[in-house]
Design a protein around this ligand. Structure first.
Ligand SMILES: CC(C)(COP(=O)(O)OP(=O)(O)OC[C@H]1O[C@@H](n2cnc3c(N)ncnc32)[C@H](O)[C@@H]1OP(=O)(O)O)[C@@H](O)C(=O)NCCC(=O)NCCS
Length: 158
């Protein structure tokens, strides 16, 4: 597919309130809960890009650099950062805000690969992307190196 669409088409932002059932005995959010939010926003973002059903093919490493507490707000932002034939790499950044102080902290960043499926649930081509801002350019230009790294990781398993 030769069509290319701007990265801004897929940009998706979601806010979540951290509630007590989402937290562990220390009062901080379960990592698995954050990963579930990442997976959901990545799917929405990829579907906005491809206009098809998508599935998660892989989630790159997720490092939790700070923890959100009950009562904090999580803000997730996702964008399709590069594409293959049927796969889309989605970049997700998660920040948390303490509502009492107004302070923001980076919680985690991740890259997720989503694959577009046709009506027979087979991988189907997706449009390419092009960056418009400096941040998007940097994400886009480093995409091929991450793709190569992922390919090597998959090959090592087989
Ligand atoms: C992802 C999936 C659709 C790939 O299907 P496949 O028959 O292996 O298809 P292909 O080999 O043609 O790969 C299709 C694309 O997926 C990519 N891909 C496959 N496995 C991947 C992985 N582990 N990580 C990243 N990308 C992957 C390929 O590189 C290819 O990308 P491209 O078209 O841009 O070149 C298939 O493995 C699947 O359905 N997995 C289960 C998905 C799922 O249920 N996720 C929910 C969580 S369990």
């Amino acid at each position: 597919m030769t069509e290319k669409i701007p990265m801004s088409t897929s940009r998706t932002i979601q806010s979540k309130l951290v509630l007590p059932p989402d937290t562990n005995h220390l009062g901080t959010i379960f990592g698995g809960k954050v990963v579930a939010y990442i997976d959901e926003i990545a799917a929405i973002c990829a579907m906005k890009h491809a206009n098809t059903t998508v599935v998660t093919a892989s989630i790159d490493s997720v490092d939790f650099v700070s923890s959100a507490r009950a009562g904090d707000v999580l803000e997730l932002e996702a964008v399709v950062s590069s594409t293959g034939r049927s796969s889309m790499e989605v970049y997700i950044v998660v920040k948390s805000m303490n509502l009492h102080t107004g302070e923001w902290e980076l919680t985690t960043e991740s890259f997720v690969t989503m694959v577009a499926l046709d009506e027979n649930n087979k991988p189907t081509p997706v449009p390419g992307v092009f960056p418009e801002t400096e941040e998007e350019k940097s994400l886009f230009e480093t995409g091929p190196a991450r793709r190569e790294h992922r390919k090597q990781r998959i090959e090592m398993k087989h």
